[in-house]
Design a protein around this ligand. Structure first.
Ligand code: NAI
Length: 374
């Protein structure tokens, strides 16, 4: 049988990077598609030997494969993340934040947010300036282009996953900037009439997420707001160390051109090479990558199998469990294969193509004793 093949640029990293790379390869082998990893070595030694030329290789490869998985890299002379963000014009960050059963948290409610953040502009691109001795100003920049890109991504994601979109800003006070943001988001939302869209004031949203987290699914926000909301949500979910994100670059038509997926944590030099690294975050990043290439069902299987196993107590040491990187990986890979074997292959297609006629509702139904995680 011919398996569909996908090429994925894999940016090799430092510390626990090699262990995570082996874990993802093992997981990919459990899928009914072929994932061909195209490696680019971003380890410190390679960066020092090749200088900035290594980024030319990385950018060329990512432009060709359009999707990349990045392992953590030590920040030395430069920050590889910052260089790649700039060189690939990755203007939007998609950060899912959800309660992970078994991960200790002070917050007792279930949270499942997809934060889509415009990663440029706002006040973050402006150095600000003093006015005399006692005053300072800062420019707040909102541009139609990045808002349109982020909105289109958010509404497309909502369409593919049957979720709602909330836009949040201070449009009543920041009438020009946040008013433009809401206007552009509305224009894009009009092209997705089947996606419910609500608008919140950002300060009210923070309270509401805490009081009624179940009311919010995909939240689209400007740069600073996304920064604040991500950290608050991570604090609530307690999942700072096992979070993952997508960094997105767009073409002139606001369609995703390249997408780079990575884990939030660093290179963990203290446990490198000891078979102790928790691969959960890179598995969740890989799951997002599968969604992006249109393999929604496979992405859901990877995410749900990983989270369900964590809930059942299959955990690495950092989460109080006994599993090693390798043993945890094997259990997840076997579980993904088991779930997928129980189902025929659902529809697949590119992320920006028309969505499947109905949502591929996961593989959990193969085993009713396992409730779906999301
Ligand atoms: P870190 O996230 O690497 O480590 C903090 C603590 O969390 C350590 O005790 C570590 O063992 C633990 N930890 C992190 N990931 C883990 C995993 N997957 N499984 C089990 N335990 C894990 O942060 P730190 O120590 O501040 O940074 C170390 C290096 O990583 C630095 O060179 C920094 O520049 C780099 N870094 C790279 C990032 C990236 O490439 N995206 C992000 C953050 C840091």
């Amino acid at each position: 049988m011919n398996r569909p093949t996908y090429r994925v640029t894999e940016l090799l990293g430092d510390g626990i990077g090699d262990e995570l790379s082996r874990a993802v390869h093992r997981l990919a082998e459990s899928l009914p598609v072929l994932v061909e990893f195209v490696p680019v070595d971003l380890r410190v030694a390679s960066r020092r030997a090749r200088g900035m030329a290594i980024y030319d290789d990385a950018v060329a490869s990512i432009n060709e494969t359009t999707v990349a998985l990045k392992h953590p890299t030590a920040t030395t002379e430069e920050s590889p993340n910052a260089v790649l963000r700039r060189r690939l014009n990755l203007s939007v960050i998609h950060r899912p934040v959800y309660t992970i059963p078994g991960v200790p948290t002070n917050f007792r409610r279930e949270l499942d947010l997809d934060i889509v953040r415009i990663a440029t502009g706002g006040t973050y691109d402006d150095p600000g300036r003093m006015i005399g001795e006692d005053g300072a100003v800062s420019l707040r920049i909102v541009e139609r282009g990045p808002v349109r890109e982020a909105a289109r991504y958010a509404f497309n994601l909502a369409r593919k996953t049957n979720k709602t979109v909330t836009t949040a800003s201070k449009y009543t006070i920041q009438k020009a900037t946040d008013g433009l943001f809401e206007k552009v988001a509305n224009e894009v939302g009009d092209q997705f009439p089947e996606v419910p869209h609500t608008i919140e004031l950002f300060d009210a949203l923070l309270g509401k997420v805490i009081m009624s987290p179940q009311k919010f699914q995909i939240v689209l926000v400007l740069n600073e707001y996304g920064d604040f909301l991500s950290d608050m949500a991570c604090g609530l979910a307690g999942s700072l160390g096992i979070g993952a994100s997508a960094n997105l670059g767009f073409d002139a038509g606001a369609v995703v051109r390249v997408a780079l997926f990575d884990a939030a944590h660093g290179t963990a030099p203290d446990i490198a090479g000891k078979n102790l690294a928790n691969p959960t975050a890179i598995f969740l990043a890989f799951s997002m990558l599968l969604y992006q290439i249109g393999e929604i069902g496979l992405g859901q299987a990877v995410k749900n199998a990983t989270l369900d196993l964590l809930r059942e107590g299959v955990r690495t040491r950092d989460l109080g469990g006994e599993e090693s990187t390798e043993s945890f990986t094997k259990v997840v890979a076997d579980e993904v294969a088991r779930r997928l074997a129980a189902r025929p292959r659902p529809h697949s297609g590119r992320a920006d193509a028309e969505p499947p006629p109905s949502r591929a509702t996961e593989f959990e139904s193969a085993d009713p004793s396992r409730p779906p995680t999301t």
